[in-house]
Design a protein around this ligand. Structure first.
Ligand code: DX5
Ligand code: ZN
Length: 218
């Protein structure tokens, strides 16, 4: 699955930018609050407008403090998947429960240097794990390869039937890095600059999908 990140899109024309990637599996929406990360993007009103403008399921990545308070409204609004950061809360299971109760899939995200072992038990409460392969906050950064070890650990647990969730990766995914991520067992690839900083975002999505799919069948 490919999830273009609108962080690299033209924020004044988000409906057009969503149409440009009509074949995408999810549309990745980066919500930043200038506290959890040193950048500010968009919030619930923009997500509500985007939900009316596209049929692509929205994958909301909340890089915010206090997800217990702010995450469930994204689910209530109609986001397909709502991901928040493990580093931002003491009770991720409760937040996941509230997101699911509000009708969305629940995702847990970990920053590049956050170990996954302490969270393996609670991943049963989640539908997605978002492994960050850059420090959250900005698009266009270089891929951090060591995070793939975390993806492999979780992939193995999923393949062994011990967990049921999608493994997603976010940051620095492009035609040079997607194959290593696919080999590590990633299900869903977020790509911002590699999709929107091209002349044809739709074609970029298809090219990434073909490249990843070729490896998964090997
Ligand atoms: C970074 C965001 C990413 C960002 C990825 O904090 O979470 O979703 O858009 O951008 P690229 O694909 O350019 O690294
Ligand atoms: Zn993101």
């Amino acid at each position: 699955m490919i999830a273009p990140s609108i962080l690299s899109a033209d924020f004044a024309h988000l409906a057009d930018e969503a149409r440009a990637v009509a074949g995408a599996d999810w549309l990745h929406v980066d919500v930043m609050d200038a506290h959890f990360v040193p950048n500010l993007t968009l919030g619930l009103p923009v997500v509500e407008s985007l939900l009316k403008a596209t049929d692509i399921p929205l994958d909301c990545h909340l890089m915010i403090e206090d997800p217990a308070r702010w995450a469930p409204p994204y689910a209530e609004a109609g986001a397909y998947n709502v991901t928040f950061h493990a580093e931002a809360t003491d009770d991720p299971v409760a937040v996941a429960r509230d997101i699911r109760a509000a009708g969305a899939k629940a995702g847990l995200s970990v920053k590049p240097n956050t170990p996954i072992e302490p969270y393996l038990e609670i991943l049963r409460s989640f539908d997605t794990l978002l492994v960050m392969s850059v420090e959250p906050g900005f698009g266009g950064q270089s891929f951090i390869a060591h995070v793939l070890e975390k993806a492999r650990i979780v992939r193995n647990l999923v393949d062994a039937g011990e967990l049921r969730l999608l493994v997603e990766i976010d940051g620095g995914i492009n035609t040079d890095t997607i194959e290593a991520a696919a080999e590590a067992g990633i299900d869903c690839f977020v790509a911002g600059s590699a999709v929107y900083n091209t002349a044809d975002p739709g074609a970029a999505v298809e090219a990434l999908r073909r490249q990843a799919a070729a490896l998964r069948t090997v």
